[in-house]
Design a protein around this ligand. Structure first.
Ligand code: GCO
Length: 457
């Protein structure tokens, strides 16, 4: 019988992001990000929700850190808001904004929790959107690197785990669209698909410059990572032909070939470029060298995947659609596919020839229809069922020797779920927004037990 025991060195953590939990949108010098502007426009988020208050974590970070300590995590992944540090996007540093993260980090360390900081989780400064169209301009990459220098030179004595950017495909490919209103901020319509790929190219360039900036500014040795959400192709059956088909599909699926490939290998995937044709971005001399920086780790956000089978067609594979009756959690895209966690790591390690690059699951979790019962409890059985299956898939990767070093559940708290506002709850802790009361859900207690025993329980 498998006990699903993880090695003692395995990191157990939880993740959050600045705009989704902090609130205090106008305090201590913070200026608007594109998400403040976007969510304030009518009809862009469900129920007109915004992150203006969110979980009020800005004022409640001390009790939230106590909650983390009660959970038993020793690692916490959070993000830093660019507009608290440099409110106009470029120029003067706002020391009051830095001070918030300084206090947070000290509090974490006092509780024996190691901080893992994401330097950008989608909240681009609105001032730069206005100035030059943010990610549409190459200037954004340099401004981002300067912001990174400001953060790392101030907090690098106490934060040594850095993640440059979270999920590049989302704020680029969902923030811009051709002939349609994009679902994410800044919500800008562009003329050509090429323009969208260009925003994505500028973001990977920013990642590269950001890596260089972290290494130059950090006063102590540190770990530098990217956080990506690969589109994971899962073989319909684990036979050699279907496995080969899933591997073949991986570089062309969603943005894999245009993000992970250049970042990890120094070149866009040739199959993707061929597929894009005229839509491919303009790449300047030297860009790919800048983008292809040595990394100490790679963070993967994996929630679901796509089944692939071998097919008798020119590509040799076929991606399969889910039918409505396939099990899914409380988001339209959240199909239950635990094997995706395993296959995501395996494709990256095997097909990208990165067999030793340390991998972390930096996000995994699900939304469920959580309510508080008469006893004041939130019994989220489907979240436990989901997490248990995905953690078993993570264990399989470890057991087979893939370099998975840790797991961060998404999310510590229910929070502002972007265009879905507060309607969708991803937390292992329930947040009663009117009172800001935190109620640990059944999954919180279950996860605490996993952490305590170091295995899937
Ligand atoms: C991400 C996120 C999170 C989401 C989560 C659930 O990094 O993936 O965007 O911020 O809340 O993925 O959709």
């Amino acid at each position: 019988m498998t006990s699903y025991q993880f090695p003692d060195s395995f990191l157990w953590g939880a993740a959050t992001a600045s705009y989704q939990i902090e609130g205090a949108a106008t305090e201590d010098g913070r200026k608007p990000s594109v998400w403040d502007t976007f969510s304030a426009k009518s009809g862009r988020t469900l129920n007109g929700d915004t992150g203006a208050v969110a979980c009020d974590h800005y004022h409640r970070y001390e009790s939230d850190v106590k909650l983390m300590a009660a959970l038993g995590i020793k690692h916490y992944r959070f993000s830093i808001a660019w507009t608290r540090i440099i409110p106009d996007g470029r120029g003067d540093v706002n020391e009051a904004g830095v001070d918030f993260y300084s206090r947070l980090v000290d509090c974490l360390r006092e509780h024996g929790i190691t901080p893992h900081a994401t330097l950008f989780h989608w909240d681009s400064p609105q001032a730069l959107e206005k100035r030059y169209g943010s990610w549409r301009s190459r200037e954004m990459a340099q401004d981002y690197a300067d912001y990174v220098t400001a953060v790392v030179s101030r907090l690098g004595d106490r934060i040594t785990n850095w993640m440059t950017i979270n999920e590049i495909s989302c704020f680029t490919h969902l923030g811009y669209a051709v002939n349609a209103d994009p679902p994410h901020a800044p919500g800008t319509r562009v003329k050509r698909r090429k323009d969208i790929w260009q925003t994505c190219h500028h973001a990977i360039l920013a990642h590269g410059l950001g890596c260089q900036a972290i290494r130059a500014a950090s006063p102590v040795p540190c770990s530098v990572a990217l956080v990506d959400n690969p589109a994971v192709t899962v073989p319909i059956a684990e036979s050699p032909e279907h496995i080969a088909a899933a591997q073949k599909a991986f570089p062309t699926c969603w943005a894999n070939g245009g993000i992970l490939y250049p970042v990890l290998t120094g070149a866009y995937s040739p199959v993707l470029l061929e597929q894009l044709g005229w839509d491919a971005p303009e790449i300047k001399a030297g860009d790919l060298e800048t983008i292809h920086q040595p990394l100490d780790a790679l963070g993967l956000n994996i929630y679901t995947g796509t089944y692939v089978k071998a097919a008798d067609n020119p590509s040799g594979y076929e991606c399969l659609d889910f039918r409505d009756s396939y099990p899914r959690l409380n988001m339209p895209w959240l199909w239950m596919l635990p094997e995706a966690l395993y296959w995501g790591m395996r494709h990256i390690s095997d097909t990208l020839e990165k067999p030793t690059l340390p991998l972390f699951i930096t996000e995994n979790g699900c939304a469920a229809q959580d309510t508080v019962n008469a006893q004041g409890e939130v019994v989220d059985l489907e979240r436990i069922a989901y997490l248990r299956q995905y953690l078993k898939a993570a264990h399989r990767a470890v057991a087979e020797g893939y370099p998975l070093h840790g797991y961060f559940v998404w999310s510590l708290l229910d929070n502002f779920e972007w265009a879905w506002g507060y309607d969708r709850r991803f937390g292992i802790t329930y947040v009663d927004y009117p009172t800001q009361k935190r109620i640990p859900k059944a999954s919180f207690h279950w996860y605490a037990e996993c952490i305590q025993q170091g295995r899937v329980v």
